[in-house]
Design a protein. Sequence first.
Length: 266
Amino acid sequence: MARRLAAAALAIAFLDAGCGGHGGNRAHSVALYIDDVNTIQRKLAAPLADVARQNRALRSGTKLAVLRPKLDRSAATMRTLERRLDALEPPVEAQRLDALVREIVHDEWELAHEFALLAGYAPAAAPVLARATAAGQRARVELRATRKPSAQAEALDAYAAKLDAVVKRLERLRPPQVVEIEQRRNVRTYKQTAAAARSLADVLRSGKDSAPALHRLEVALVSGSTVSAQRARIAALVAFNRRITRVKKLSNDAQRERTRLQRSLR
């Protein structure tokens, strides 16, 4: 709202001035605005470089927990600079450049913020997922160790209870967009597996044919590694990379618009 009011006031000022005979003042306003934008973008270079360095550090094996404070600081700096940019009042001639630059800075902040969220999410999710894997391995050992239906039913109930605890922990976490689909799929898989394990336990206690219930459990166990699940993971990464490519394209568009404006001032 403040930006719209400022833009309206600026338009009224131009109308009151009649626009004629003030080409030099308008050119000066455009030049000042470009200088302000350039200053903000130069200050963005440092946090962007930090994010790039931390990405390389991650690829080299540095733990995300170590990188998170630096990523949080970089994202916070970008947010501050975005607010400074939003406070600028672009002249009419620079409104397209203003829109492009604001979009770029916001997208860059979103990417950095998501990276920081991932640095917090991954270390928190890893031990929870490991507990689900360990629970499955223990259940298999216990099921193989006995042929008594009652003992097998107890092992399945214990497995389901552990998966319930895993689901509760995962649902408390805040996944970044790039792994949000994976998070939902994990939660759904564990819920389905727990339900199927309890169903099989009930059938074992009843003495009925356990083949259908066993098949449902097997289907639930592999639901997280199906072709569709793999495609969903790939699609999430492709979407993330597409956002990075979009920022690069916007940056090129903004540079061309900046060059056009600067030439118009000569």
